[in-house]
Write a protein that binds this ligand. Structure first.
Ligand SMILES: [Zn+2]
Length: 394
């Protein structure tokens, strides 16, 4: 595994060294954006650099093992791509009842991934041990595997200054400096982000919100949170807790929420709400049916299951109304476990939105996320890839 890179020596702006490294960065950025082969002529055209400069940069990057040069026709006809051996990135998404890991290319493309359900209530050491064994199972930790250059870590809780803020929301990580602990555990640089923010990043770059500049992603599982993309970047707010809409108060005389308040959106739209609503009402019902059982029953026409999803959707739409009034996104995508209900949840959510939002915002599209349960781990891989600077001197 790679160690945290030491910062490159400072270079005066405009000096030959700073110019060279800026030019290298332009070439590397293009190679990362497209995993395809690039001819050196195309690199020169896209970067505006002289062909001879591109040729020198490619030679340097190749000598450091960062790019592979595939012979073509003529001296500058050789094609170039980022070398898979130059490294990889890892995404880890810790949920309330799952651990998901993925290995990605330096361009942020997921190459392999695994998902495991957990019993919940693990402390952070146990969760990390499980993630390590899953990564080992994917072959990512073998000596011959490409070095892991960075890890993106998703946590389902407000993350401020890399510390999980609330012990009520994700007890196994409460008060833990997640970045420091995970860096120490894996010996690799780590970037930490709230899981809904990661889902928003993934849907924005590779899912339902592709092509928009402003979008909102709502993760509805055991908890409810939003990730907000403004002008193409995650909006975190002053302390990193923007988007905690699960704790938007809908009715302060409503049911108790695990955050300590009452009548939060989450208390009406999360999976425990659905489970409570249908408890005992499904045929041969287990006391706590999981979401998939509720959805299956609703599709079979079970009235209690349909009504529970409808009510959760209406409340969700009411929460969405506040968000679209405030932010006016191009699109809202819905992910998390509840999203598997599809239009059984989304149609009442659209109705709730129309009922409570300003007329101008009421037709904001509300769609299912395209990445499903993978959204956060895909976002973790993208975040990790974004975090590394690839340079022969880095
Ligand atoms: Zn709450």
């Amino acid at each position: 595994m790679s160690r945290r890179p030491t910062p490159p020596p400072s270079r005066a702006p405009g000096s030959p060294a700073s110019l060279r490294s800026a030019n290298q960065l332009r070439v590397v950025t293009l190679l990362r954006e497209s995993p395809d082969l690039w001819t050196q002529a195309a690199l020169a055209r896209e970067t505006g650099l002289a062909p001879a400069t591109v040729s020198t940069i490619v030679r340097e990057l190749s000598e450091h093992g960062l790019v592979d040069v595939v012979p073509g026709s003529g001296r500058r006809g050789a094609a170039v791509r980022l070398s898979p051996a130059a490294g990889c990135v890892v995404g880890i998404d810790f949920g309330h009842t799952h651990v998901s890991v993925a290995v990605g290319s330096l361009a942020g493309t997921v190459l392999k991934e695994e998902w495991q359900h957990t019993g919940g209530g693990e402390d952070h050491r146990e969760a990390l041990e499980l993630a390590r064994s899953m990564l080992a199972g994917l072959g990512a930790l073998e000596a011959a595997a490409p070095p892991i250059r960075a890890i993106g870590l998703g946590l389902p809780a407000p993350v401020s200054e890399e510390v999980v803020e609330s012990d009520a929301i994700f007890p196994g990580w409460a008060g833990v400096n997640a970045r420091a602990v995970v860096e120490d555990f894996f010996g690799v640089p780590v970037v930490v982000e709230n899981d809904a923010n990661l889902g928003a990043l993934a849907e924005h770059r590779a899912g339902a919100a592709r092509g928009t500049d402003n979008s909102v992603f709502i993760k509805t599982s055991a908890g409810v949170g939003a990730g907000i993309v403004v002008d193409g970047a995650i909006f975190r707010g002053a302390r990193g807790t923007a988007g905690e809409i699960g704790h938007l108060t809908l009715d302060d005389r409503g049911p108790a929420c695990r955050c300590g308040k009452s009548g939060c959106l989450e208390a009406y739209t999360s999976t425990p709400f659905i489970q409570r609503q249908v408890a005992g009402a499904l045929p041969e019902a287990p006391v706590a049916a999981d979401v998939d059982e509720v959805v299956a029953a609703a599709r079979d026409g079970n009235v209690a299951a349909r009504r529970a999803l409808e009510e959760a959707g209406l409340h969700l739409g009411r929460g969405l109304a506040s968000i679209v009034n405030l932010l006016n996104p191009s699109l809202v995508s819905i992910g998390g476990d509840m999203a598997r209900a599809g239009d059984l949840l989304l149609e009442p959510a659209r109705i709730g939105l129309r009922r409570y939002a300003l007329d101008l915002a009421a037709d904001t599209p509300v769609v299912a996320g395209e990445l499903g349960a993978r959204a956060s781990v895909v976002g973790a891989v993208l975040l990790a890839a974004d975090s590394i600077v690839l340079s022969p001197s880095g």
